[in-house]
Design a protein around this ligand. Structure first.
Ligand SMILES: Nc1ncnc2c1ncn2[C@@H]1O[C@H](COP(=O)(O)OP(=O)(O)OP(=O)(O)O)[C@@H](O)[C@H]1O
Length: 262
């Protein structure tokens, strides 16, 4: 298959990411067992499951943080199982930064600008042109507005409230021009008000992108996800939209130890 750089495609494949018989063993313990998942282009696809189900392990396999014991990961029609993480990021598959990766003492605008610069990969000399810097500032401002941080552009990241730090994290991810965004528990540790804000902004930024997210909050999953894969003991227990999986007796059993309707 041809090497198609991000953005050069005219007809995107209906499946942007696929795992084939993916497996991860830790010293004889199988944390991910023969998992086959297909992520549709343009969808929000959530991974859920009870504690220890294998969500983090699966996510770390997708983002090349862990090497699979066997199986394949196909992104945009290409086998990326053994690709370098940097190469995959260049092709538009981007894991959201952890909060700690945002530069705390730089402003929201500067943080987004640094991410924008990374996608351009040109020399420092180039940045000394004021016109280019102005353009970057404009794009940084537009990105901040997309996540409702427009009025916080000059605020240092460290001074932003928790929910807005996560919004900044999403802004810096968007600045890297992802086709596929991987979000690891985007609402973790948030107040219910912040959960609502971040849920809204994820919905807003999905346009033109695909999102794969691990999320514990079932309310978030029910309002955002087009497709949900339920993992349990390293295997796919169920898959489908929220109504389908939430009424699946095996899912109820795994979550609540009961098959009574919730
Ligand atoms: N590095 C490792 N070495 C050995 N076992 C591991 C390792 N990482 C994960 N596991 C085991 O794999 C299983 C799946 O763990 P994982 O963290 O992926 O689950 P999870 O669904 O993300 O759980 P949680 O919701 O509690 O974060 C667990 O039984 C865990 O103990």
């Amino acid at each position: 298959m041809n090497d198609q750089a991000a953005g050069e495609q005219t007809t995107p494949s209906p499946i942007i990411l696929e795992t084939r018989n993916l497996q991860k063993d830790f010293k004889g313990f199988t944390a991910i067992n023969n998992v086959n998942v297909k992520v549709e282009t343009g969808s929000i696809h959530a991974l859920i499951g009870p504690n220890g189900a294998g969500k983090t392990t699966f996510f770390n396999l997708l983002t090349q943080f862990l090497k699979p014991s066997s199986g394949q990961i196909i992104y945009d029609g290409q086998d990326i199982t053994h690709s370098r993480p940097a190469g995959i990021a260049q092709r538009g598959m981007i894991r959201s930064f952890q909060i700690s990766a945002v530069f705390p003492h730089l402003s929201a605008r500067e943080n987004v600008r640094i991410a924008l610069q990374r996608t351009l990969g040109v020399s420092y000399q180039f940045w000394r042109s004021m016109r280019v810097l102005d353009q970057l500032n404009e794009e940084a401002q537009a990105t901040l507005e997309l996540v409702e941080l427009g009025s916080f552009a000059d605020t240092k990241a460290v001074e932003l409230p928790y929910g807005q730090k996560r919004a900044l994290e999403i802004a810096t991810t968007i600045a890297l021009k992802p086709r596929l965004m991987l979000l690891d528990e985007p609402t973790q540790g948030m107040s219910s008000e912040d959960v609502g804000t971040v849920t809204d902004l994820i919905r807003r930024v999905v346009e033109g992108r695909t999102i794969v997210m691990v999320e514990h909050n079932l309310n978030v999953v029910s309002t955002l996800a087009d497709t949900i894969t339920v993992l349990n003991r390293g295997e796919v227990l169920a898959e489908g939209d929220y109504d389908t999986v939430s009424t699946n007796p095996a899912v109820m059993e795994a979550y609540m130890g009961t098959t009574d309707a919730a």
